[in-house]
Design a protein around this ligand. Sequence first.
Ligand SMILES: [Zn+2]
Length: 215
Amino acid sequence: MTRRPQSLTTLIAYLKKLPGIGERTAERLAFWLLKAPEDDVVGLAGAIAHIKEAIRFCPECGGLTEEVPCAFCSDPKRDASVVCVVEAPDDLYAIERTGVFNGHYHVLQGVIAPLDGIGPEDLHIGPLEERCRSGRVREVILATSPTTEGEATALYLARRLEPLGVGVTRIARGVPMGGDIQYADKMTLGKAIEGRTALRKTKEDREGARDVGER
Ligand SMILES: [Zn+2]
């Protein structure tokens, strides 16, 4: 093994912890950083350290934010009567990029995954129920990924929210099965949001009123 300076070895070891970064890429990045202008390197190190102290979860929706409540929850131009439920903050930004949704969001911080020991109690579900109980929410769109866990989580939520009298819809299958919401292209994801269908209907809907997905 070549004798690298300890500080370089330490940097490579940290870079290798990043997703998708192997030994060779970590080495290449470390050497790139060595050659980069000092301002860029100090700026990068500062930005990395800063996210840990500046970014927190919005207590209302569970999304990432620097202010409380977040920019989505506090925006009076957004429709608070429709809440789109996603697994992770990246999914929220993916849906936002489609430009077809102007309601509020709710981030679960994961999905129910019994094999990984993740149950409903580990997810950000209580605050979602509170929002539904407040009477402000008319429709909840379940936009968890169309994976086994994502589907199971959507069904679980549909059952749990039903007694609260809100309409529950599921995004349509425009998104490929087994895929991740955040990797779907803008058009596909936008169509999936527009073509969502009812999983559970509100009491009024069951009594003969229009479908919750139709406006
Ligand atoms: Zn929020």
